[in-house]
Design a protein around this ligand. Structure first.
Ligand SMILES: Nc1ncnc2c1ncn2[C@@H]1O[C@H](COP(=O)(O)OP(=O)(O)OP(=O)(O)O)[C@@H](O)[C@H]1O
Ligand SMILES: [Mg+2]
Length: 239
């Protein structure tokens, strides 16, 4: 596999709780990988470790052959790792386009004018309209797209999408699925965290299943979703 990211034996504790336990995984260049598992499995924590929001207690993270384990978030961002947040963080006193510009200004040195032009281009690419609208006028889909657009504005090569479909109706979900596909087709590797399994089935080539901080299965969704330990993890029974 031609990897863009390697996670090697990564562990994260929060006090006595082991949120991520000795996890190793590779993400292949150009794939859409699904990261799934029940609530509290450690999916968001793993994303936080890779994007540098939390530090690992043990293990290594390698991005494009560079050891990034000890790099701060903004440096990982400049290297090309982006993520959306499970709980969207819109800046409510700013317009749609200004929210997206924040990503471009965080990622690299740009003038406001450049950042605005790039933000407008990304918004048009992903069908985010009403650029100068304030937050009281927009839909859940707009908020999710702002999250995505802001991450894209950092010009990533690898992006983590943490539950970008939650709260969307069927038409909006369809729109978001197409948007994610286009993003990958433009050359960005995608890791999508999602509870909506129809989305995972449709979008991903491969999934990794986490449960209680450990990887319990890996493979195409069609195979993994039939495994007893995966079904048990979701139903909360002992395998
Ligand atoms: N900052 C933190 N401090 C303490 N415990 C945390 C922290 N972040 C996560 N945890 C705990 O780590 C475990 C994994 O949480 P995490 O949010 O990574 O799960 P998840 O797989 O993203 O779940 P969900 O599907 O509900 O979003 C949970 O038990 C959670 O309570
Ligand atoms: Mg989560």
């Amino acid at each position: 596999m031609d990897s863009i990211l390697k996670v090697q034996n990564v562990t994260k504790h929060f006090g006595g709780l082991v949120a991520v336990n000795n996890v190793s995984l590779d993400i292949a260049k150009g794939e859409i990988l699904g990261l799934i598992g029940p609530n509290g499995a450690g999916k968001t924590t793993l994303t936080n470790l890779i994007s540098g929001i939390h530090w690992v207690n043990e293990g290594k993270i390698i991005f494009e052959d560079k050891d990034i384990t000890l790099l701060p978030t903004h440096k990982r961002c400049r290297l090309g790792i982006a993520r959306t947040f499970q709980i969207a963080r819109p800046l409510k006193n700013m317009t749609v386009v200004e929210n997206v510009m924040v990503g471009g200004l965080f990622g690299e040195k740009r003038t406001l004018r450049q950042a605005r032009m790039e933000a407008e281009e990304i918004c048009s690419r992903i069908g985010l309209e009403k650029l100068d609208t304030h937050f009281d006028k927009i839909t859940v889909l707009d908020i999710k797209k702002i999250e995505l657009a802001r991450a894209m504005a950092t010009n990533p090569r690898l992006i983590f999408l943490d539950e970008v479909m939650s709260g969307l109706n069927m038409d909006e979900t369809r729109d978001m699925i197409n948007t994610v596909r286009k993003l990958r087709d433009s050359g960005v590797t995608v890791c999508i965290i999602e509870h909506v399994m129809s989305v995972i089935r449709e979008l991903t080539e491969r999934v990794i299943v986490l449960d209680r901080g450990e990887i319990i299965a890996e493979g195409p969704y069609s195979e993994v979703s039939m495994q007893h330990n995966v079904i048990s993890a979701y139903l909360g029974e002992d395998a």
